[in-house]
Design a protein around this ligand. Sequence first.
Ligand code: ASP
Ligand code: MG
Length: 408
Amino acid sequence: MALFVQKFGGTSVGDLERIQRVAERIEETIRAGHQVVVVLSAMSGETDRLMRLAHEVTSHPDDRELDVLLSSGERVTIALLAMALRGRGINARSFTGRQVGIVTNSSHTRARIAKVMASPVRQALAEGVVPVVAGFQGVNERSEVTTLGRGGSDLTAVALAASLKADRCMIFTDVAGVYTADPKVVPSARKIHKLSYEEMLELASLGANVLQSRSVEFAAKYGVPVEVKSSFQEGDGTLVTHEDADMERAVVSGVAGDRNQAKITIVGVPDRPGIAADLFSAVAGASISVDMIIQNVSQGSLADISFTVPRTDLPRALPMMEKAKTELGAQTIEVKDEIAKVSIVGVGMRSHSGVASRMFQALSREGINILMISTSEIKISCVLDERDLDSAINALHQEFALNEPVQD
Ligand code: ASP
Ligand code: MG
């Protein structure tokens, strides 16, 4: 008998028919003799709908009230699924975040988990009851409702799995797993069987969009094995776990593209100590995350500093840069927003050399111009023109033979 935490995302519980399908799946697992703790998202589109309502009622909705509102979506699905399970003769009970004891800090709409009591869940399991837990929500120390940031049900599931020492945390979603590249861009992309936490983190933050990044950090910290799998098809998904020797065999595990990129260049900044500090502390203060930074070799006593930000943050970053330009006595600001980032990720890079040069050569054979480069131990990223992104992803997928299955 194993203990599984099974999380179903918004599309998996998007209507009553799908909720019945989920109930059927859970029933199969229970009948096979396992214990299941279920974690649910709101029905697909529901959190967005609630968010729109809040912004229609006032331009700046209060964060505390937003959390009360947003957390309602998950209450609906847990109650409906518990009813569906009971209708099948399975003893099930729904639990809100407060009821399971998910205690967070007070940062409304993006709260961090401080502790997970989980005793009501243990109690239910001991009684043979299937606990159905609302994802994405907790309470602060004053028992006020908080939410864990978009995609936060993944975090609820991983945190519960850690606290219960579950054998596996399964994330059921509308894709069959994590792929070597977006199958819409690369038709020969393959499902990855096993991935390290570190690789998944790089891929999650690169927009692979299957697991919330913070849930992967949490899983890594507590060593929770996480499997991403389809709620619509049978079969294994992608297992995210500790790095092992198998994983190193592939040089590169996946290629990711990110279109949400813009480049800002400040031309003619005086080249003296403290300039970069001033410039980037303003941006950081506004919670805009700067990714790549390049400072050109200065001509005389002037330098050009280029950096990338998420394109969606450009409207907030620009006024700040105009202000900095005046204060620092720089010449002009240039913006290029039709750029994208392509990245290759793999723990195998630690033990294989020459990966970067293979990447650059593959891009150059396609006539693709690289605008910026950054590297880490297990990732190399290049910024390029957005129109080159799809051919870059395809070229790299081919260069690193990602369509060929790794030998087990
Ligand atoms: N319902 C929340 C959201 O849409 C949490 C989740 O689905 O994970 O972000
Ligand atoms: Mg999600």
